[in-house]
Design a protein around this ligand. Sequence first.
Ligand SMILES: [Zn+2]
Length: 282
Amino acid sequence: MMKRILLTTLLPLLLVLGCAKAPVTGRTQLIMLDPQQEQALGFQAEQEIFKTEKITKDPRFTVPVERVGMRLAKATGLNLDWKFYVIEKDTPNAFCLANGHVFVYTGLFKYVDNDAQLATVMGHEIGHAIAHHVAEKVSVNMLTGIATAVAVAAVNEHVKSNEERMLYDAALGIGSQVGVLLPYSRMQESEADHIGLILMAEACYDPREALKFWGKFSKLDRKGPQVPVYLRTHPLSAQRIEKLKQWMPQALEIYNHCQRKSPNHSIKIPRKRSSPLGMPVS
Ligand SMILES: [Zn+2]
């Protein structure tokens, strides 16, 4: 019975709901969350972040993050509730939630020399958000869960134990943890790179700075355990640089067009903005 209900009503419904297209790449996506559910996931994650992380108001970090973030946000053409926060932590990382709230770690500032390099990272993270990658992860999990539930139902149609119910719950559960904690797929990472590169060019930042930025990380790749967290959840820099080179002509065309209209917007950011302990150097 369970099997029939799932197959005849739930699955077709979800598949109809789930047709979306990613920006820039035009890839067809399966997204089964509506915008409200997606926002709720972002909001939930944000509450956790505010509880566990220290948000700094130090203008040496917040000013460039805001400056670059606003330009990138404008380039998306999306009217999200854009907000930019800096987390005081000595890790080179950043992320953007589904609600358009972007978080950059102070530790990233040891690796960026100018606004364009900051835009490389922030553009990538905003790329994940505007391509609904978290919702996509959750959707894939839902579908996998439904498939599991269908299979379980087929075998245990007559079993009505608590264990069975728990299994269904686990299989179908889409807690925020799942969506937020699961790493992005390689394909999503690559797509975020592509979107980020186009976004930074649209915002009039030189896209070639992305190659310089990832080039620095490429050297860190070889250092094994010392590889920063930001890289462990991201594809190896050498591979992503190859891809970025393929997209570069497209990005440069946008950038050159922008340059003809207005001057260079990339402002130099002094290096070593945080000490090894992650405390801003005064
Ligand atoms: Zn990423």
